[in-house]
Design a binder for this molecule. Structure first.
Ligand SMILES: CC(C)(COP(=O)(O)OP(=O)(O)OC[C@H]1O[C@@H](n2cnc3c(N)ncnc32)[C@H](O)[C@@H]1OP(=O)(O)O)[C@@H](O)C(=O)NCCC(=O)NCCS
Length: 185
């Protein structure tokens, strides 16, 4: 795996930027708010309950994942006030098969502003072109209307229901699979 691709053009659209994690008070505040969200805490490895030490460990792990090319976790920053409000992360573990998956979350106080859509579209365009991954996948639970609409707004097509696909919160869940594929394959 190429460990040092050029990072995405950071401007997700005029209102949002994408950048790597930083060990900063702002990014720790983002981890803290995410840890208070039951669903984000179940879906991800954000430390819940939150502590500054666990928050720093979390950020260091994200930086390490990016350095090794295991994943490209990018913080979504609102341009107007430079506040970190969420994450989109491309995971490359099936890159040798021409596939990668992407996840995303936005903290509750910043939802409904188009951040997830802009970030997902930018990260996906980047993975398809810069990383030359032919097929991008994402998974979302059928009840998660916000996530399904985000996927569709970012150009993903629903392919089908994967039954009992993934453990979330200690229970196996059905997930819809969505994909975006490179137009030149
Ligand atoms: C899902 C999530 C990322 C959406 O983030 P967001 O920044 O609010 O999304 P956007 O503002 O870009 O909205 C995208 C679309 O979803 C719709 N939407 C967002 N939240 C919604 C909700 N709760 N119910 C219905 N529709 C919703 C928006 O109206 C928009 O639709 P449109 O393009 O048709 O207008 C956010 O709610 C979240 O982080 N949830 C918890 C973690 C999660 O579920 N992550 C995804 C795992 S697969």
């Amino acid at each position: 795996m190429n460990n040092a691709p050029t990072l995405p053009e950071p401007r997700a659209d005029d209102r949002f930027l994408l950048r790597p994690w930083r060990l900063s008070a702002d990014d720790l505040a983002l981890v803290r708010e995410a840890a208070d969200d039951d669903y984000i805490a179940r879906l991800t490895t954000v430390p819940a309950p939150y502590s500054d030490e666990a928050g720093r460990d979390f950020i260091t792990r994200q930086q390490r994942r990016m350095a090794t090319g295991e994943a490209w976790p990018l913080v979504i920053v609102r341009a107007a006030d430079q506040r970190p409000i969420g994450v989109t992360s491309v995971r490359g573990h099936e890159r040798d098969q021409g596939r990668a998956s992407v996840g995303y979350w936005v903290v509750g106080s910043a939802r409904g502003q188009g951040a997830a859509t802009a970030a997902l579209r930018t990260a996906t365009d980047w993975a398809l072109t810069e990383l030359r991954i032919p097929r991008m996948e994402l998974y979302a639970e059928p009840w998660n209307t916000g996530s399904l609409r985000t996927a569709e707004a970012a150009g993903y097509l629903r392919e089908g229901l994967l039954r009992s696909w993934q453990v979330i919160g200690g229970r196996r869940r059905d997930m819809y699979m969505y994909s975006r594929v490179s137009t030149n394959t």
